[in-house]
Design a protein around this ligand. Sequence first.
Ligand code: SF4
Length: 465
Amino acid sequence: MQINRVLFIQASFHADDGRVVKADRKLDRMTAINVAELGIPLLAAYTPKHIQVEMVDDALEEIPWETPAEVIAISAKLIQRSRAIELATYFRTKGKIVVLGGYLATLSPEGLSDYFDALCMGDGDLVWPQMLADIENNCLKERYRADHSVQIDSVPVPRYDLLAEKSLLLSMRTSYPVQATRGCPHDCSYCCITNFYQRTYRYRPVAQVIRDIKAHGSRYMHFVDDNLMANRAYAKELFREMAKLDVLWGTQTAIDIAGDDELLDLAYAAGCRIVMVGMETISQKNLSEVNKGWGDAAAYRNAIRKIQNKGIGVHALIVLGMPHDSRETFTATVDFLVEAGAAAAEFFIFTPYPGTPVGDEYLRAGKIIDFDLTHYREPYVVFRHERLTSREIQDAFWGCLEQFYSLRNIYRRLKNGGLRNRKLQIVLNLYYLWKIKRRIVPTHFQRGNFLKMSYPSTPEVVNNE
Ligand code: SF4
């Protein structure tokens, strides 16, 4: 068949009442687009020129149900499973070819072939052109798995123009996604990244990363990398080149960057102002339990101060309900973060994701109590903890947010944290406080009970699940 048009959809997910979660306020849409994802703009760049592309974010926009596209490419995470199936069911009844990529297809593909014509497992860009060619030659296979051992030295410039169009519609300022590395050299047993990338860690040529940054042309960007600075020599080379540009950015990285003054100075000079650091816990026993014993919990306090003294705010990523957590852990964790002066924090509930070593272990041990993937997100607890009830972990989730983002603690953290430039962090903290008061997870745009901000589900579609 001849393909003239592809519709890419970033799936949203179903709220507890079965409706589709949508952002319905301009501020929420701005927040969402401001941290745009890279996957679809990159796949669009790999799409042959004779095929038109359209990109829709299900959480922000209406789905063009009557699209003339012959192929629908859906990207979905685990929690988006039921919504992705709903979309696929609708479009297949319209005679479209529907393919699925992202974490859902890679980590939990069981049963999905009933709903999708093909699954793309792993990096989409490595197999997407092949899938399109196979559709056009009428030989589409059920599964395509990317080979993550191949070099990523010829990645095209993402279709930033597609994001720019959305930006005009939805937002005044977009932070553009850029990628320098893929995967992570570590192997934390709860992490989806290592499974997705088959335990590889690769980096793109610095010149190509600089080319992408120049291509989007914005001062504001973020690295979508999971561990940007794991290879110090590479990161330093990249930052030296970035220092010649006028950009501001944030990224995820590991706490051990604090031990390298030169790296921190170069990162700041390159425009780094925020790092999201997966500290997870202040318990060394917990770290060892999840194969993250290389992290040194005792050094966290000094590490936070050190990074912030260099002008880079630390956003601590903390997991609640880890194996050795007790009732006392939660308050102690927030007290520690406040005393250390962390600029911000995100809290997550421990989740044994399918396809990870922890997920497999909990499944074998009969500890999984909820198999509905839509619930593999806060505020759900999908496993049985040895010392804590699900309710205690859920209460701790909101309790930690409220405690960490109280006005008093915002003041104490930003005063004591050694930050050079506090303006950005003050704005961010007050914005998060405003959300928490409304029971909205700071980095989300929907309320904790997920009822307020949802829209009717797709009409005329029977969900066969
Ligand atoms: S360091 Fe972070 S990205 Fe790397 S495996 Fe551990 S949790 Fe995953």
